[in-house]
Design a protein around this ligand. Structure first.
Ligand code: ATP
Length: 313
């Protein structure tokens, strides 16, 4: 892993609410490398928005430290603000102005060159609709205009809070392609999401946040590898043989289930797969098929975030 774009250490954040306090972040540690798309994954209320608001300097943690592009946040945020683009809430634009005009106004107010507007419109795929009023845009187009606004400064790091929220499937696809492209082009994209399938499809690395703590981090593949896996087991012969095999495996301590087609499924860790074969062979049952069933990130996520004993079977 190269240099870190974002490093968070022991971040704590407590909100004071009318009915007592809410601990939104409870010692969050996180390291996001430079380049590529980094997914910040968690259920509603896990602490994603709070973390992002702390990153962009909208709020200060009650404890812990944040480094962004090598500088201390919030103390030295002014040193990196030119290199960080963020889309934290649904951006507000003038609905009766065109997308292009909105960006031109923003560019002028912040001193960016005017030709940058055409470039970012092109990057987010809005060139054709740039001269239509924003009021006529779909939500997905408005979100992409928001990304275009965040890109005006040509940031090294782009931070997006749930950019796919509320989008229809076409909008989600466009956003997905855009973020992937930006990541491939060398930007660091830090994107929060509660949509596991989204993260699985666009992110190079992922951190899973649960109740204000980071409970797992790594590449999507690493996350999928950890924990127990499911194997489909087929033995030759009639149903009686299947039942016998299932009870032999159960007696040996394996968790045995049936899949929707009635096929026997065994839950074992990767290293234990060969023990399935041996256990059955010792009972003179010879396996016809032992196939790993790919876990989805959703299953990995549920295993991580559910207290033990509540795993779905
Ligand atoms: P979501 O996907 O629903 O936006 P999230 O992962 O972004 O969730 P946060 O918005 O960071 O989570 O919220 C973390 C916790 O802090 C939640 O329990 C939330 O109710 C609480 N919280 C957030 N903002 C405030 C606030 N301003 N005052 C009090 N509690 C808050």
């Amino acid at each position: 892993m190269g240099q870190m774009a974002i490093e968070i250490s022991d971040l704590r954040m407590t909100y004071r609410a009318r009915r007592g306090s809410v601990r939104a972040l409870d010692g969050l540690d996180l390291a996001g490398p430079e380049g590529g798309v980094f997914g910040f994954l968690g259920a509603n209320g896990a602490g994603k928005t709070t973390t992002i608001r702390a990153l962009v300097g909208h709020l200060r943690g009650t404890r812990g430290s944040i480094q962004m592009l090598g500088v201390e946040i919030p103390a030295a945020i002014n040193n990196v603000i030119d290199q960080v683009g963020a889309l934290v809430e649904t951006p507000s634009f003038f609905p009766n102005f065109t997308g292009r005009r909105n960006l031109e106004l923003l560019a002028r107010s912040r001193g960016f060159p005017r030709n940058r507007v055409s470039e970012v419109l092109d990057t987010v795929g809005l060139t054709e609709r740039a001269n239509s009023r924003v009021a006529t845009y779909s939500l997905g187009m408005k979100q992409r205009l928001g990304v275009a606004a965040a890109l005006l400064k040509d940031p090294a790091l782009l931070i997006l809070d749930e950019p796919a929220n509320g989008l229809d499937p076409a909008g989600i696809l466009e956003m997905r392609n855009l973020l992937r492209r930006l990541g491939h082009e060398g930007k660091t994209v830090f994107v929060s999401s509660h949509l596991l399938s989204e993260v699985q499809q666009i992110c190079d690395r992922v951190a899973v946040v649960d109740r204000g703590r980071c409970i797992s981090t790594g590449t999507v593949a690493e996350l999928l590898q950890g924990g127990p896996s499911m194997y489909r087991v087929r033995v030759p012969g009639p149903d009686r043989e299947q039942h016998l095999a299932a009870s032999v495996l159960q007696q040996a301590g394996f968790s045995v289930y049936a899949d929707p087609d009635g096929q026997m499924v065994v839950q074992v860790s990767v290293e234990e797969a060969s023990r399935v074969t041996k256990t059955l062979a010792d009972a003179a049952i010879y396996i016809e098929e032992l196939t790993p069933i790919e876990r989805t990130l959703e299953e990995a996520f549920l295993e991580l975030t559910q207290p033990s004993g509540e795993h779905a079977t």
